[in-house]
Structure formats: C-alpha cells, structure tokens
Design a protein around this ligand. Structure first.
Ligand code: F7E
Length: 321
C-alpha cells in the first residue's frame, strides 16, 4: 500500500518540491492550505488531481486534528510558517503563534490522532543568529537575532521534547538558506535574479538592496527536500544540519546574476536602500552538514554559482512568457 504523507505549507517553495519528490516515490500526498482547497495555488497548480488538499490553519487546533484524521499520514512534514525574517519584527506575536505555538499544535494533533506517524519540523539556521561557533553543527548553542529565529528555536525544542517525553518519531531539520526559481520575490537571491532578468529585458531599471555585505550559506531547495525525506527514513529520529558549508555575500550573488544576464557592470544598476536593512543581523552563518552526510548519505549537489545562474535563466523565461 502506498505510504501517505501530510505536508503543511504545501503551497510554498519547499512544499511544492517535496510534493513532487514524494509523488515520484509513489506516496499518496495530502497537503494543508489555509484558504479553500479549490483556490488557485501557483506553485502546486500543476499537481492538481495528484495531491489532496485539506483546509487547516496552524492557529486552529481542531482544524489540524481533523486534517490528520482525514489523511491518516505515515509521515508529517511541518513546513508552514511565516518565512520572511524581515517581517517578523512587524508581526512578532503572529510569528510566534505560527512558528512556535503552531508546532506544539501540530505535535498535539499527531499525538492524539496518529502517534505512530513520523514528524519533520522545518527548523532554521536563523536559530544560531549571533553564531557561537563557525561553522555551526547540531551541537552549536542557539542565539536567535529576530522574532523569527526565537520562534523557530521554540519549535525546535518542542519537537525534541515531544520525542523525549512521548517517544514519538520527531525530527528537526536545521536548514540553512535554500533557494530556487520558486523562491518568493522578497528574498534576496530571487529579488536579485528577478531584477537582473527584468533589467536585461528592459522591464526594470534599478535594483534596491539593503546591503551587499550580508553573507549566507545558500543551497538549492530541491536538494534540501530530499534531506527532509531521508530524515524520516532512518531507524531512530534525530536532528540534522542541512547546508553547503560555504558562505557567499549578497555582492557575489549580484555579480553572478548580472553576469548570467549579460549586463556587464552591475554597479550602475544597484542602489542601497535603508528600508531593507534589519534591526538586527545574523553573522557568520555557515553550516557543517557532516552528520547528514555520514548518517543520511546526503550532500548538496548544486553549487552557489549554478544555483544563481539557473534562477536567472528561469526568470528570463518567466518574464519573456
Ligand atoms: O536575506 C540580506 C538580509 O531575506 C538574506 C528564509 O528562508 O533563510 C531565509 O532567511 C540576507 C539577509 O533570507 C536585502 O539582510 C540585503 O542578511 O533572503 P533573505 P534570510 O533572512 O536569511 C532562513 C534560513 C530562513 O529560515 C528564512 O525562512 O540578505 N539583504 N539586502 C536583503 N534581504 C532581503 N530580503 N532584501 C534585501 O534587499
């Protein structure tokens, strides 16, 4: 019989790639959406008819219990959250409701309806914030620097706690930044690749950024959803850092993107705008994925350069269509 998976945040970047991966593996895929299941969801519209959508909300306990009762999953992937760090200062309490307490609600729903299921929590490198050591491993202490990071740290610890308190199969994937052509336009890589494509095609003139010096460990989202699945196929549940162990700057991202678009001197198109600067920044985020490599057999397959170039080409195609 086909395994059943339940994905919250199914209509986002990771949810859409994970759905494709699980369908390829023969899973019956169920997803949770906040609006009506018959609404349009751009990133998963091509999967209509292949996945079953349930209406539910991480703010609403009974909707989660009901969705799990209906779908009876073997595996639960909790990807739903507010994902834009910059907005978490404007909506700190909502961020906590969704990304912190929301995890408890999902775990409670699982504990009540399907305690035999396996649970994946989408944790984040933002939990390391003001990093205590470089590179970061599963043992590095957290020091979040945003309401987003603080909420994710709670989500991580409650996931570990339900494993230890109730012997549930729960795992936390500490994922560093992961990008793709499906990344939202507000995130810095996609903002850059979209603008490079738009400037190339004469549809935009300038690109306004908060900073060129910020650095991140950026990988390809398609590689990262594979790691989520692998975590749930192990004999014993554990937590894993998923990263590339390489750090690149926003400036390098701009250089590669404008080069791929064939635009020459990028300096003439880029300006700095303080509205995109955050009240507090994270520093020296770079992940050591050696535990994932030795236990899951996972490693990243797409370099930073390839990733940014494929995103630019995709944005050129999108804007030409
Ligand atoms: O920022 C800097 C910005 O918004 C990256 C989410 O998936 O990864 C993501 O969070 C860096 C930051 O992603 C602009 O200040 C400069 O230093 O693309 P981002 P993020 O905040 O790292 C983690 C792992 C998650 O868990 C999150 O859900 O780029 N930056 N200038 C800018 N960022 C933006 N967005 N816009 C700018 O103009």
């Amino acid at each position: 019989m086909a395994k059943r998976a339940f994905i919250t945040g199914v209509s986002g970047q990771d949810g859409s790639y994970l759905s494709e991966l699980l369908l390829e593996k023969g899973y019956e895929v169920h997803g949770m959406v906040r609006r009506s299941p018959t609404d349009s969801f751009e990133l998963i519209d091509h999967l209509r008819g292949q996945i079953t959508l349930h209406q539910g909300d991480l703010l609403d306990q009974s909707s989660l219990t009901e969705a799990l009762r209906e779908s009876r999953p073997d595996e639960i992937y909790n990807l739903a959250a507010t994902s834009f760090v910059g907005s978490s200062w404007a909506q700190p309490a909502l961020t906590a409701e969704l990304s912190a307490v929301g995890v408890t609600r999902m775990l409670e729903a699982m504990h009540e309806t399907c305690p035999e299921a396996r649970f994946y929590q989408a944790s984040s490198s933002e939990m390391y914030g003001m990093a205590r050591e470089v590179p970061q491993t599963e043992g590095t202490p957290f020091y979040p620097r945003s309401p987003y990071g603080a909420a994710k740290a709670y989500g991580h610890f409650i996931t570990v706690n339900y494993r230890e308190s109730y012997d549930l199969f729960t795992t936390s994937g500490i994922l560093f930044n992961h990008e793709s052509p499906r990344r939202g336009i507000d995130f810095v890589t996609r903002k850059i690749t979209w603008h490079a494509a738009a400037i190339k095609l004469g549809k935009a003139q300038k690109l306004a950024l908060g900073s060129l010096d910020a650095e991140r460990d950026w990988g390809y989202a398609k590689d990262y959803v594979e790691a989520m699945w692998l975590m749930l196929q192990q004999e014993t549940p554990s937590d894993y850092v998923i990263a590339t162990n390489e750090r690149h700057s926003v400036r390098e991202c701009v250089e590669v993107a404008f080069d791929e678009a064939g635009l020459g001197e990028w300096e003439q198109y880029v300006e700095l705008d303080p509205q995109f600067v955050r009240p507090a920044e994270v520093v020296e985020l770079v992940g050591d994925y050696s535990k994932a490599e030795s236990e899951l057999g996972w490693k990243p397959t797409t370099s930073f350069d390839e990733l940014i170039r494929l995103m630019v080409r995709s944005d050129i195609d999108l804007l030409q269509a």
